[in-house]
Write a protein that binds this ligand. Structure first.
Ligand code: SF4
Length: 483
């Protein structure tokens, strides 16, 4: 079959879900194409490729863009009296299955698609019954059968099809950065995150955490180093790279420097970043890591957000990273339901005092279905029909703030990195900018450019291309797609 995968933005982090499905589909003999809505017109590509299946991969904040592109496609298909099977996968349909009705899709995939999608294609090809495929829903009620892949299944999969993405986004391979996933799942219960919803949805379908073997992971990295040079920095983007010091982490710390020896970045939690874990990560070659701050007050962090992390946990973890010479990144949210603007400024100060290498800020926008969204609606902080689509520096959807407060919060999201990294004598100046009527668009461009510059130069410096012309081309592409 001819399959056209559809993504929105050419993100610098490779879309592993789509790349993996592409490998699996190609192995099964299907023809695979990719379109990026930010770069190309979906309808034009459909007319050219004539796919039998269009597969959208969507995160919540992008849904409006997909609805617009799909509406145009649907109109064309109706007028041309042509049938194309339209399916959507990714976090949005997993947690908001009603999108199936909203867009009149043929199906959605909830959760893992590596077994579900090829089964669906096989049945489509052979005219079989599409009912009862685990993780595939044909109505907005959601999938009746659900399954999670096990660790052994993750090892048995082919490696992600990087050709598909790199040929569509040529600026990515020009940088020295390559991304990998070592595991899936997170057992924590942060109320703003979808993991607790996912864990409930897939309860009884297998373990919460599934991990590839160290050998399988390193073999993929070795292959990518050989096939897609130059590779100078590795980014692991598992939700939490290591939950505890175990045999897996010890083996990784032993084998990674021997077989790969390239600096890397990963995501941790302050409570999983123990002294022993820090030592093993450093030994392996960890150059920088992410540990989210989320809130500057212990009670907000633990009562409303259920992070289970004291202020002391936060201070100890970031101080430990500094001591081991590991650079740090972390995000803090403002406008958390049930909090005030004063809390936001406290969070700004708390984050500054943690001395992260690159702190960033975002406006909290509770996602539908999460415990935080239920809490906000229950307490009257947010109407039940609020637009619950995460847009990082947009104004808060909560009704408890004045318009002026919402604008200040949005400016904190844009200029918070600057505030936390300037010398102390410049703090009042940045605070003045945050409270001033500076247009959000301008604050966003200036603040995000500064944050991206710091991320590139402080967290992933090895990934910056060596050739100045390549740097310019990468920068132009970045500005074209993200500004
Ligand atoms: S630790 Fe991170 S990934 Fe895990 S539930 Fe909390 S926010 Fe989500």
């Amino acid at each position: 079959m001819r399959i056209l995968f559809v993504l929105n933005i050419p993100y610098a982090i490779e879309p592993h879900g789509v790349m993996l499905l592409s490998s699996i589909c190609k192995k099964a003999g299907h023809e695979v194409h990719l379109v990026l809505l930010k770069k190309e017109n979906l309808l034009e590509r459909v007319k050219k490729i004539k796919p039998q299946v269009v597969a959208y991969s969507v995160i919540g904040s992008e849904i409006d863009i997909f609805i617009k592109a799909d509406t145009e496609l649907r109109q064309y298909l109706e007028e041309a009296d042509t049938k194309v099977f339209r399916i959507m996968g990714g976090p949005h349909p997993t947690f908001s299955p009603s999108i199936l009705d909203t867009m009149s899709l043929d199906a959605i995939c909830q959760g893992d698609g590596e077994r579900a999608f090829p089964t669906l294609l096989e049945r489509l090809e052979n005219g079989g019954n599409l009912e009862n495929i685990p993780n595939i829903a044909l109505t907005s009620a959601g999938a009746t059968l659900r399954e999670k892949l096990a660790s052994a299944d993750l090892d048995a999969q082919p490696f992600a099809d990087r050709d598909l993405y790199y040929s569509a986004v040529p600026y990515i391979p020009r940088t020295g950065l390559r991304s990998f996933v070592a595991s899936r799942g997170c057992p924590f219960h942060c109320t703003f995150c979808y993991n607790h919803v996912y864990n409930k949805m897939f309860e009884g379908c297998g373990p919460l955490l599934r991990r590839r073997s160290v050998d399988n992971l390193l073999t993929e990295i070795e292959q990518v180093i050989a096939e897609y040079p130059p590779v100078r920095f590795i980014r692991f983007f598992d939700d939490t790279f290591s939950l505890t010091v175990d045999d897996w982490l010890r083996e990784f710390a032993e084998e990674y420097p021997k077989r790969i020896g390239i600096p890397f970045y990963c995501l941790m939690r302050p409570n999983t970043f123990s002294e022993e874990a820090a030592g093993l990560l450093k030994k392996a070659g960890c150059y920088s890591l992410s540990m989210a701050v989320e809130a500057g007050s212990e009670s907000i962090r633990n009562t409303i957000l259920k992070r289970g992390l004291s202020d002391e946990d936060m201070r100890v973890a970031f101080e430990r990273a500094r001591r081991w010479g590991i650079k740090t990144y972390g995000n803090t949210m403002v406008a958390v339901p049930g909090t005030t603007l004063e809390d936001d400024f406290n969070s700004l100060e708390f984050t500054r005092n943690l001395k992260l290498t690159v702190p960033t800020f975002s406006v909290c926008s509770p996602s539908r279905g999460t415990e935080l969204a239920d809490y906000a609606i229950e307490h009257g902080y947010m109407p039940p029909d609020a637009d619950m689509i995460t847009r990082f520096s947009a104004e808060s959807p909560l009704i408890t703030y004045t318009n002026k407060e919402k604008k200040i919060q949005a400016r904190i999201a844009c200029l918070g990195t600057l505030y936390c990294t300037v010398p102390a004598f410049l703090k009042p100046l940045v605070k003045l900018l945050i409270k001033s009527p500076l247009p959000i668009g301008l604050a966003r461009k200036a603040g995000f450019s500064f944050a991206v510059f710091r991320i590139a130069t402080c967290l992933f410096p090895h990934a910056i291309p060596k050739n100045p012309i390549t740097i310019l081309r990468v920068a132009i592409d970045g500005i074209r797609y993200f500004w």
